[in-house]
Design a protein around this ligand. Structure first.
Ligand SMILES: Nc1ncnc2c1ncn2[C@@H]1O[C@H](COP(=O)(O)OP(=O)(O)O)[C@@H](O)[C@H]1O
Ligand SMILES: [Mg+2]
Length: 581
């Protein structure tokens, strides 16, 4: 209980900075709460007058006054309830909006290593489901707990004022009823936690399935996937039903315990009325106050578990918000273009895997270098270090003599254009796809498309650069998508251009055509061409051969043919492959 209260306190501490921005709305909600509680108390209080004055004493003046009073009281009660619910819903919705924005903003700042260790579905679940649970807590739990507690206070006041002696008995029994409920609440909370985790699992699994539909179909693994999903789904139901069992036990149990209180009150009260120590009206008023207590107590106990769900959700969200990205921007800016890029005895480890070791390399503006080597050799890792998708574990990567870690991250990445085998096409126009991330300038778009050798097919599209591409670019061929990606990289007019297996998936003719269009644009840049097919690297002035994360040879094609065994092996393999196909 102590630990839970602490969790709830922590929950409110975390949201305090948000709450501060809604003070006028909170005040209105507070007025609403007070109205609801006060009018509920007043109506209960008036039962004594209604019964004794109107029905027993048959007082006509009271008959004129009391019914309209009741209407007025209920009017204010409804007004209060509406105001309070509306204002708190507004606050809840707005906090959710802000947390969602902040969460995505924050998550986007994480490095690639973070995304590799997290399943996409899990992140989605945080940003959608978990944030929603918080909204529920803020708009519902808080509002119900605040309002109903005050109603309880009002009703207890009425009960005590009407008959202190009876109230003592009635109110002693109530707290005794609370203990089993506390036990239930604990169980409900635990189950809610597990249910949320399962929920995230399910979302993650679905994301996985839908992202890999082609593979699933190709492997005939539909029933395998369905089976795995069913297992999770069944477990989800099991956990939820346990929760339902605990939650739904709460009210019947309270009702039963309440009936004991009712019986006791009638017995004591009846005695007092029969002995003439109390009027029937006063007793009824008292009894009404006591019985009316049941509803707010029930509401609070039900919503309390909702609050705990929100606490668990907010724990997860704030854990994520407190994670620091490990790749942070430096402060130095680059004056002028990138003239020189240097790897100074660089090593890179991913957890256990050694991806790069002792890499020494220096390239100057205007150089076109190729990185070749078997898959897994470390080529992608090497260029990822330039972009700072990862940071070197050992050594330094220097741009114009400055460690990339000291440079402003955005400024650095603005100067790098990268094309990989995987092309992302966004559901937008060709122009927007090319200018992605920068300001849209149609002349520059055309220029980039021309240089990427993409202008011809784009102008053939109906709508030209304004043609809308569908997500994944299924209305384009592989070569066209690839050229669009190259145009996107060129649009930035980068100082460093990286083509990481950019043309590997294409046929030789398309590749040659793209190569041809690249020839003219590498003059004022540092260009990295990564390929495992050696035909691709003809553009390069210099070739680096990577094997097992090390540079095992560098030089021109002819030099390497003479001096580098690894290169000869690759060349033979390529030749074999070419004759085969
Ligand atoms: N995100 C990652 N996490 C763990 N290991 C990785 C990751 N990326 C690459 N590796 C490993 O690092 C090595 C080099 O990979 P990579 O740079 O992708 O090679 P290449 O691009 O030459 O095919 C391989 O052993 C690969 O398995
Ligand atoms: Mg690679």
């Amino acid at each position: 209980m102590v630990e839970k209260d602490h969790a709830v306190k922590e929950f409110f501490r975390r949201f305090a900075p948000y709450f501060k921005d809604y003070i006028p709305r909170f005040i209105q909600a507070g007025i609403g709460v007070v109205l609801v509680a006060a009018t509920t108390g007043a109506v209960t209080w008036l039962i004594e007058d209604v019964l004794d004055d109107i029905f027993i004493n048959q007082d006509r003046r009271a008959l004129m006054v009391l019914p309209p009073t009741i209407i007025v009281l209920y009017f204010f009660q409804s007004l209060g309830r509406y105001t309070q619910t509306y204002q708190l819903a507004w606050i809840g919705q707005d906090i959710v909006r802000r947390i969602r924005d902040r969460l995505l903003d924050h998550v986007l700042s994480f490095d690639i290593a973070f995304f590799n260790s997290f399943r996409g579905g899990e992140l989605i679940s945080r940003i959608t489901n978990d944030v929603n649970r918080i909204r529920y807590a803020v708009s519902n739990s808080v509002s119900v707990v605040a309002r109903e507690s005050l109603v309880i206070v009002a009703l207890i006041c009425v009960a005590v004022l009407k008959s202190p002696r009876l109230a003592f008995w009635g109110l002693v029994v109530l707290p005794a009823a609370a203990y089993p409920l506390v036990l239930l609440a604990r169980r409900i909370r635990k189950l809610a936690h597990r249910s949320q985790e399962k929920d995230a699992d399910i979302t993650a699994r679905l994301t996985e399935i839908f992202n890999n539909m082609e593979i699933i179909k190709a492997h005939n693994s539909e029933s395998f996937e369905a089976g795995r999903f069913q297992a999770d789904n069944l477990e989800f139901r099991r956990i939820n039903m346990k929760g339902v069992r605990a939650r739904e036990l709460t009210s019947p149990m309270m009702e039963f315990l309440g009936s004991i209180a009712v019986a006791l009150v009638i017995w004591f009260g009846g005695t007092l009325v029969i002995e003439g120590q109390m009027t029937p009206g006063r007793f009824t008023s008292f009894a009404a106050a006591l019985f009316l207590l049941y509803t707010p107590i029930k509401r609070i106990s039900v919503t309390y578990s909702g609050l705990y769900e929100a606490v668990a959700a907010s724990d997860r969200i704030f854990n994520m918000l407190e994670l620091e990205p490990s790749i942070v921007s430096g402060t130095r800016t680059l004056d002028g273009p990138i003239e020189r890029l240097e790897f100074d005895r660089v090593g890179l480890n991913y957890d256990q895997t050694v991806a790069l070791k002792d890499v020494v390399l220096a390239v100057e503006r205007g150089d076109t270098v190729a990185l070749v080597g078997d898959s897994g050799g470390g080529k992608t890792s090497l260029v990822n270090l330039v972009l700072r998708l990862y940071d070197a574990s050992v050594g330094r990567v220097l741009v114009n003599g400055i460690d990339v870690r000291e440079l402003d991250l955005k400024a650095l990445r603005d100067r790098i254009g990268i094309v990989t085998q995987r092309v992302y096409i966004f559901n937008d126009t060709v122009a927007a796809n090319v200018a992605y991330g920068s300001e849209l300038d149609l002349d520059r778009v055309q220029n980039a498309l021309e240089r990427a050798g993409a202008w011809d097919f784009v102008s053939d599209l109906s709508g030209g650069v304004e043609a809308v591409l569908d997500e994944f670019g299924t209305n384009l061929s592989g070569g066209q998508r690839q050229r669009l990606a190259i145009a996107r990289a060129l649009y930035k007019d980068p100082d460093i251009l990286i083509l990481d297996e950019a043309t590997s998936a294409l046929d030789n003719r398309t590749e040659a055509a793209i190569q041809e269009s690249l020839r003219g644009i590498t003059r004022d840049k540092i260009t990295f061409i990564i390929a495992h097919r050696l035909t691709t690297v003809d553009l390069a002035d210099r070739i680096f051969v990577l094997a097992g994360g090390r540079i095992v040879g560098d030089g021109t094609k002819d030099e390497l043919m003479r001096n580098c065994g690894e290169y000869r092996r690759l060349a033979t393999a390529t030749a074999d492959h070419t004759t085969e196909s």
